[in-house]
Design a protein around this ligand. Structure first.
Ligand code: PLP
Length: 372
């Protein structure tokens, strides 16, 4: 057995990093691809439905995949500080990898609307947390301006090294299944991740995406592991759905704070991924998202954050409507861990709490009433 030491060590030959760049890693990647058992049975789906649980990365979201590569490159180029705008998870990852590298992390977060767990992560890792009176899109605009004049490395997904790291999730899925799925479903916010997965699937199939040269020559396997690529399905929150509206949304609003973004930075790349893959964009209401989050937790034992549930929410709807054919192999990325945002679950008080006297008989009575 060799110890797994993170995705740069695992995939360095297929990442555009200098051979002598010291990997800044927390052992990210190699997350479980969990086959759902109960939900497919309940809805009569005879295909295979998997979730790639990215909430099990070191800081609890897929952002770690991008951050390990972005911070490794930034430090290799001599950066002493990194900066990002964030709805929460990017700041958590930036803060942790900055500590690892011994550089300063500056994170711009929107006013309110940030899950407490994510904010706690930025704080505990010692990032300089700057709360702006504005939303994510305002923060992103400021970071781009500041990056032009100040010697700080931007580690948002406009940094192409982020997408390079994030494409490795597609590598892992093809390796685990021995082929590409028929459909891959993702929540879409800033749209970097859907663009990164498409890059990864293209590289696994040995077929260039129109933007495979984005930042680097595509790194293809000598022997492709698969000759097919999935349709990419991107799901947005209805109140923050610029891909459905056809242009930026001014005041994005959703409980799924991680995708509360109105002006996605990877707009062109994500459209290319959708078109080249024959996939689609769709939207889910906040109610549908929260219902799916609970459905997954209560039926499969997997607790993801609200934004993550958008992928499964859209997939289930498209399976039921027949848009995703019976017998298909479907993978949904669960982008982040539900533990980051317990408030969303507890906001109506503690549901299902049973209070009894401290007596054996009283407890036994509850047990008998609840046995499955
Ligand atoms: C960042 C994030 C997203 C959105 O990913 P994009 O690459 O911005 O589209 C979705 N879910 C979670 C939990 C995230 O942290």
């Amino acid at each position: 057995m060799t110890r797994y030491t993170g995705l740069i060590d695992q995939y360095r030959a297929r990442l555009p990093l200098a051979a002598d760049a010291r990997a800044i890693s927390l052992g990210e990647g190699r997350t479980p691809l969990i086959k759902l058992e109960n939900i497919p049975r309940q809805i009569g789906f005879e295909g295979e439905l998997y979730v790639k649980f990215e909430g099990l990365n070191p800081t609890g979201s897929f952002k770690d995949r991008g951050m390990t590569v972005a911070v490794t490159q930034a430090v290799h180029e001599g950066a002493r500080a990194i900066i990002c705008a964030s709805t929460g998870n990017t700041s958590a990852a930036a803060a942790a990898y900055a500590v690892r590298a011994g550089v300063t992390a500056f994170v711009l977060i929107p006013e309110g609307k940030i899950a407490l767990g994510k904010l706690a992560q930025a704080v505990v890792h010692g990032a300089v947390v700057i709360q702006i009176h504005g939303n994510f899109d305002d923060g992103m605009r400021l970071v781009k301006e500041i990056g032009k004049t100040t010697p700080v490395a931007i580690v948002n997904s406009i940094n192409p090294y982020r997408l390079q790291g994030q494409k490795t999730a597609a590598f892992e899925i093809v390796e685990a299944l021995g082929r590409a799925p028929d459909v891959h479903c993702l929540p879409v916010g800033n749209a970097g991740n859907i663009s990164a997965y498409w890059l990864g699937y293209c590289e696994m199939a040995g077929i260039a995406a129109s933007y495979s040269d984005y930042h680097q020559q595509g790194r293809f396997l000598d022997q492709p592991l698969t000759n097919k690529r999935p349709k990419m399905a991107g799901y947005q929150a209805a109140g923050a759905a610029p891909f459905l509206r056809g242009s930026a949304v001014k005041d994005p609003e959703t409980v799924a704070t991680a995708i509360r973004i109105g002006d996605p930075q990877s707009w062109d790349l994500a459209w290319a991924a959708q078109k080249e893959s024959g996939g689609w964009f769709d939207e889910c209401t906040d109610d549908e998202i929260l219902t799916t989050q609970k459905l997954l937790a209560a039926n499969e034992g997997v607790f993801c954050e609200p934004a993550s549930a958008a992928s499964l929410c859209g997939a289930l709807r498209d399976i039921k409507s027949g848009k995703i054919a019976q017998g298909s192999t479907v993978v949904c990325t669960l982008t982040g861990n539900g533990l980051k945002d317990p408030d969303i679950i507890m906001k109506n008080g503690l549901q299902g709490l049973v209070q009894v006297p401290a007596e054996r008989g009283a407890v036994e009575k509850v047990l008998l009433a609840h046995m499955k």
